[in-house]
Design a protein around this ligand. Sequence first.
Ligand code: PLP
Length: 381
Amino acid sequence: MSTLFNNYARRPVHLVKGEGTVVEDANGKKYLDFTSGIAVVSLGHAHPAIVKAIQAQSEKLWHVSNLFESPEQKKLAATLMKDTHFSHSFFCNSGAEANEAAIKLARKHSGKTTIITFDQSFHGRTFGAMAATGQEKIKQGFGPMLETFKTVPFNDPAKLEAAIDDDVAAIMLEVIQGEGGIHAVTPEFASAISDICKSKGILCIVDEVQTGIGRTGTRYAYEQTGLKPDILTLAKGLGGGFPIGAMLGTAELFDSFGPGTHGTTFGGNPLAVAVAQTVVDHVFAEDFLKDVQEKSNALIRKLNECLPPERFDIRGNGLLIGIDCKEDVAPFIRQAEEAGLLVVQAGSNVIRMLPPLTVTEEEIDQAVTILTSILLVPTTI
Ligand code: PLP
């Protein structure tokens, strides 16, 4: 019996090293990693700039408490918020923690308690983030949830409108639902959310834990939607593999998070910040994001060329792409792994491809060849 709890359905592969998009298991077998540790390894495995940053910082200072000044956190915050409408940041260690901070800030600032979230959303596994999540299977067995989350259908303006009352502090959404199956907010729904938030004084929280930091071809995915969130949450790709999360907020929210209202021991420590600064300096460079968009176009074009639309629906943006196969994809994912390609599921019917943002066109070609050879095997004899 394992010394570990059984809370992950682990695949029987032990990965021991990686470089760029390629990872290697303990038997020396190589794989193209189109999971990126689920949208984490944004610059690929063992990127030389990250290795250098972590080495340099580890020789100076690993950790100091947030009770001390941190010009490094201020610089990272300024980089994240440059040319945005955000003016303040808070650093933590994970996506769920960033969302907990957002939930607390929205409630404290508004003095209200209801937060509206959406069916099939995913916001994390801590109690607040779990209660916010619009998937029953995530909540099963844990007893009563926090009662002040209301979950309504995604992309349905009338149902959202009907859920609004005087106690709504915030509307919280992913602009592309990642875990829920790669479903993007429609322009009409984004505009309805904006109108409701503006007219009723409700805060808009956008969870970009999965979509942020260049994953969808722009710094943040909300930039492609017309939404102007009051609070934005980040994690995953921000640290390129080192744990760090962040919450960005507007100037109006500043006074609601005074000393003692919220905190974390590790959040934004010097090692994490040094790595994240390196990641964002690379990803936010204009040519880098243009390159992500070009690779995204190539990936989507190739998938569309190979996979017939009557059997497959290709969705997503940037390098967060879902192939809805309209059947359980677990067997396909296992076969891809055997053939040397790592991909992950999103919902039961969707194969999610999220390679490092540094993936090459050649690697995209190889991945599409492997995947299409598996998906196009006739399902009936
Ligand atoms: N929010 C979104 C949109 C996510 O995709 C995830 C993780 O998959 C989380 C929050 C939770 O992040 P973490 O696992 O870092 O707590």
